[in-house]
Each structure stands twice: as C-alpha cells, then as structure tokens.
Design a protein around this ligand. Structure first.
Ligand code: ADP
Ligand code: ADP
Length: 217
C-alpha cells in the first residue's frame, strides 16, 4: 500500500506513522527525520536544510524532491511505503504523482490527521525527541519513565529547535498556506480519508487503520 500522512505540525504524524507502517509492514519515510539526520551528521544537505528548518520554512522543493526520489528508489519501498511530511505543498504532490507514474504506480490513500490549533501547540510545546533513535515523547502525554531519557534505547531526549513558540506559530501559517491545499488536491483524486487525531494514541491508530481498511476493500 502507498500511503501519505498529512496534518499540521504536531498532529501526531510521526507517532502514528511508526505504528501504521509496522501494521502494514511497509517502510515509514519521514522527510523531517531524514533532514534531521543530515543536520546531526553535518552533511552538505543538512547544512542547507537547517537554515530553513530553524525558521520553520519549507526546505526548497528541488532539494526535498531529489531526496525523496532517491529514498523511493530503494528496494524496501517497491511494494509500498508510508510518507510522513511529504508532500508538503501542491508542487511536491505533482512531482510525486509523476515520479510514481514513472514507476508504473500511484498513491492509494492520503490520511489527513485532524486536530485543532490549541492541541497542536500543547503537543509541540511538550514534544521531546530521542537523539539516538528518533523516537518521539511528550513530557505530559507520553512521558518516558526517567525524565530526559528514551525508554526505547536509553538515548538522550532533546527539544527540537523549531518547537519554540514563535517558530511553532510560523510553521502553522506555513501549513495553512502551503500544505492545507493538498487536501483538496487529493480530494479531487478521491483518495483522502480524514482521521480524528484527538484522544489517546492507540485510539487514533485504530481509527487510521479502520480508514485504511475501508480503502483497501
Ligand atoms: P512536523 O512533523 O513538526 O511538521 P517535520 O519533522 O515533518 O515537522 O519537518 C520539520 C521541518 O523539516 C519542516 O518545518 C521543514 O523545514 C522541513 N521539511 C520536512 N519535510 C519537508 C518537505 N516535504 N518539504 C520541505 N521541507 C520539509
Ligand atoms: P508530527 O509528526 O505530526 O509533528 P508527532 O508525532 O511528533 O507529530 O507528535 C507531536 C507531539 O504530540 C509528540 O510529543 C507526541 O508524543 C504527542 N502526541 C502524539 N499523538 C498524541 C495523542 N494522540 N495525544 C497526545 N499527545 C500526542
């Protein structure tokens, strides 16, 4: 299955992506994670991306698209994938469509995680990310057993530079202006499923899996 997850920053895309991808046995491909790995690794791509990420702006399309093209050509993505954070605007969606057409395929479903702005701010303000394995925690909603330490791998938890209040506000504007129009783009193709992303993580996963099953039938 070829799935795209969309939703505002903090909607729970990364959190849900790991469960959905594992249920479907497909790779989770997160452009934010790939960029952050390049930033920590000090690569040229990372240096370029960091400037945009710190401001809460989108990394230029040609850079992002080349990175996704490369990732989608790997063996593990040939039978399906879950894209988290890509596409992020209509031009990226158009390129993705062409890219998949070159491979002789197309997207099956776009899951739209729906939460309001207040909840997004609460989620982003308390988000903590593991420096070693990338797993995401929340200081109130999903705290690790020991503060600042990842339960999964023992790594150090940190707060993302772009989860500061003024950057969060800008990212929400970028979402409204550039990413939200994707919903009608994909609605025109008849492949959008809205998922209520409020409530406990497991319930959101169940709703997402139910929506995917409706599409698989
Ligand atoms: P969140 O899940 O909080 O929205 P992500 O981890 O998906 O954040 O993305 C973090 C940052 O990485 C974005 O603000 C942007 O700068 C960059 N980024 C991620 N995906 C894309 C993309 N598809 N196009 C352009 N920039 C991207
Ligand atoms: P996104 O990838 O969409 O930016 P994340 O998956 O990183 O979102 O989640 C943002 C924050 O919200 C994280 O701290 C995560 O632990 C928390 N979170 C995710 N889903 C829920 C939920 N259903 N209820 C409460 N907090 C959640």
């Amino acid at each position: 299955m070829r799935v795209v997850l969309v939703g505002p920053p903090g909607a729970g895309k990364g959190t849900q992506a790991q469960f959905i991808a594992s249920h479907l046995s497909i790779p989770k491909i997160s452009t934010g994670d790939i960029f952050r790995a390049n930033v920590s690794g000090g690569t040229e791509l990372g240096k370029l991306a960091k400037e945009y990420m710190d401001r809460g702006d989108l990394v230029p399309d040609e850079v992002t698209v080349a990175m996704v093209r490369d990732r989608l050509s790997h063996d593990d993505a040939q039978e399906g994938f879950l894209l988290d954070g890509f596409p992020r605007n209509v031009p990226q969606a158009e390129v993705l469509k062409k890219m998949l057409a070159e491979f002789g395929t197309s997207l099956d479903v776009v899951l739209n995680l729906v939460v309001d702005d207040d909840e997004v701010v609460r989620r982003l303000a308390g988000r903590r990310t593991c420096r070693s394995c990338g797993k995401v925690w929340h200081v109130l909603f999903d705290p690790p057993a020991v503060e600042g330490v990842c339960d999964a791998c023992g790594g150090e938890l940190f707060q993302r530079d772009d989860d500061r209040e003024e950057t969060i506000r800008h990212r929400l504007e970028v979402y409204q202006e550039q990413t939200a129009p994707l919903i009608s783009f994909y609605a025109d193709e008849g492949i959008v499923q809205g998922v209520d992303a409020t409530g406990p993580v497991e319930e959101v996963t169940q709703r997402a899996m139910a929506a995917l099953r409706r599409f698989a039938e």
